[in-house]
Design a protein around this ligand. Sequence first.
Ligand SMILES: *Cc1c(COP(=O)(O)O)cnc(C)c1O
Length: 463
Amino acid sequence: MMDLEVMQRAYEHAISYLDSLPERRVGPDVTVEQLRRALGGPLPIGGMDATTVIDELVRDADPGVMGTAGPRFFGFVIGGSLPAALAADWLTSTWDQNAGLYAASPSASVVEEISASWLIELFGLPAGVSTAFVTGAQMAHFTSLAAARHHVLAAQGWDVEAQGLVGAPPIRVLASDEHHSTVDRALRYLGLGTACIESIATDAQGRASTVDMITALRSSSGPTIVCLQAGDVNSGAFDEIGPICDAAHEVGAWVHVDGAFGLWARTSGASRHLTEGMEKADSWTTDGHKMLNVPYDSGYAFCAHPDSHNAAVAVHASYLIHAEGRQRDQVDWTPEFSRRARGFATYAAIKFLGRSGIEEMVDRMCAHARRFAEGLSAEPGVEILNDVVLDQVLVAFTGRDGADIAPAVVEGVQRDGTCWLSGTVWKGRPAMRISVANWSTTTEDVDRSVEAIARVARGLRAG
Ligand SMILES: *Cc1c(COP(=O)(O)O)cnc(C)c1O
């Protein structure tokens, strides 16, 4: 018999956590060592009552749970969870579907189908692009670049799935010197290695030089993949995707777009211009767990060449029951075999917000980012390092002796607990990075956070 009492208890813990989020201290309140002591101990020999397991887990883990789902978390690029998406995610765990095959879960399959078509329409991608629901942008890059690898080598008469890469024509990858580290790792996983990257210089905002990119494309032939950024992880800047796609296609190159959060600019009339010509690319990556505010984990790959996508990742086994006709199973589009039914949470998020709700949410995040920049730039010793085109703000802090004090300000703000954000180095300069990606952040949350940051910075400047 299923123990329903433990479900009820988990539900109560979850609700009280959600209730606490707006006012809860954002950063953790314990050290990792304290957590090890609280949660550790010898391997349990006998079991224990399920409700006690959950009560103790909450008691011991709660102090180290980061308030990433709350309204004043601005670290990395981490979204929260829309209530509808979180509720759908609870049901996803409850239903416990294996979303690899239509035969294993028709509803999970159809919901991914429908959600994919909604996402394609939202992003204005060409009709007929193929989709993969994966864990995040990392695996979406892997999936997209596996398709790219297949495509550019097939054009040379090389079957990489059968022959591997030993003896294959070398592939050249063009990417800016600010490209995200997950692109490197996808290239490593694919056996291409990072030495195949030809690095293209960027401007002060982190945009690839279009002229250098086009020159590099025309300078030699052979299989080429171009990786562009729609939303630099630090500055939020966008490469000039349209013109680069035109030049790439003249020489048969494949263009992959890293739009982990930036692809969402497509959904808003105010920021769509940043993505001009993006529909001409060959593959795209974005996340559900960032701007859309679907719980972890959720990422999407889109590919304009379904046959190459399918050839790169499809799988066959005698005991599988494959779907008939044109519609292939999810195992044939994703690098996973057994897999979580990630589509339900995405489906719920899109249904809850609708096109207009998504646009409003993205616009709100961007307005909050601009408010951060305005509020902080009024402070002495503060400099905003980027044009705030989307939801990212880079802030430098100078002490009265002229030294960069951003790392100390970041540390002080994390300790203060009002909000949480982290640091980076931008074009050689230490900076605080602020990323607004939570649906529930209000103007008051931004103002409270600006105040907290200013308080810490003033204290440090006073010495
Ligand atoms: C977050 C991010 C990634 C990695 O995404 P995951 O979902 O963490 O795998 C890649 N590129 C950019 C620009 C990002 O912001």
